[in-house]
Design a protein around this ligand. Structure first.
Ligand code: GLN
Length: 287
């Protein structure tokens, strides 16, 4: 018989998640319960012997059932932390990943050196807005144009921009990559485009299969969006401006090759993630 205390409920749920093959069973059980109780995870330990009310148990059990269907935790809680900020997320957008912080951090580090100058940034396929919003939160002298082909994504990104007080510094556009930005030029262009090769969808984790395919499918070899971005980026970059794109595992060399074949951008760099994987390809429009 399972009990109704916080500790008992967490143990029971952890076991269920473990049997279902969920990667982080204890963590997920705790995050969902802390969400229902509107408290920090640490409080679950402080109050571990206290009983949950039937109403809280019902609400928790409903979330646990959804998690067992491999709905990602962030869709159940409605938010995901990125760069120390809590972004609203819904099933219509890709959940921001820790790997993508490499892109945001790399840009922030470089822009901090451009002290004083007013700058512009474009974020292609902004999704939740996490990349451009976190960059603008850390860098004062930059404004952004954020584009996404999904109207739902634009709505969430706008919500997040408002949440972080950045409405005045970001324009949002529903549209296809550079299409809404005609005539504009930027100091920085960033993108985490869809890059999963279409044939690899079957092998994805069940959680990722519950995320929007539109945000993941990069065509037959996963490189479709890099081809389009690299073809157009030189026309939209100011002299000396930077293009930085997140890439999937083993894609960095292929993307570097696309940049070199085009020939209008140079100084190609790879930025590594914490697992030592080349996670970002950056290049400059040389003066
Ligand atoms: N990093 C994501 C994943 O591993 C893919 C994101 C993307 O296609 N841009 O599922």
């Amino acid at each position: 018989m399972s009990g109704n205390s916080i500790a008992e409920k967490l143990n029971e749920t952890t076991e269920k998640f473990k049997s279902a093959g969920i990667d982080t069973p204890r963590l997920d059980a705790e995050v969902l319960l802390a969400h229902i109780l509107n408290c920090r995870r640490l409080s679950l330990y402080v109050h571990s012997n206290e009983d949950l009310t039937p109403e809280k148990i019902d609400r928790y059990d409903a979330l646990v059932e959804k998690r067992l269907e491999r709905i990602p935790v962030a869709y159940l809680t409605g938010y995901k932390e990125f760069m120390g900020m809590k972004f609203a997320v819904t099933p219509e957008i890709l959940i921001p990943r820790p790997d993508t912080e490499i892109l945001a951090q790399g840009i922030i580090e470089r822009l901090l050196l451009e002290f004083g100058e007013e700058m512009t940034l474009a974020d292609l396929g902004t999704g939740s807005g996490a990349i451009c919003i976190s960059i603008l939160k850390f860098i004062d002298n930059i404004s952004a144009e954020a584009v996404d082909i999904s109207n739902d994504a634009i709505a969430i990104a706008k919500f997040n921009a408002k949440k972080f007080g950045l409405t005045d510094r970001i324009n949002f556009h529903a549209g296809d990559l550079f299409a809404p930005l005609e005539g504009k030029t930027f100091n920085v262009i960033v993108s985490n485009p869809p890059y999963i090769p279409s044939g690899e969808f079957e092998n994805l984790q069940p959680e990722v299969k519950n995320e929007p395919k539109l945000a993941l499918d990069g065509g037959a070899d996963g490189l479709d969006f890099y081809r389009r971005i690299i073809t157009d980026a030189p026309d939209f970059l100011k002299d000396g401006g930077t293009l930085a794109v997140e890439v999937g595992i083993n894609q960095a060399d292929a993307v570097k090759k696309l940049v070199e074949e085009d020939g209008r951008l140079g100084e190609v760099e790879f930025w590594k993630d914490l697992a030592n994987i080349d996670r970002v390809v950056a290049a400059k429009k040389c003066q």
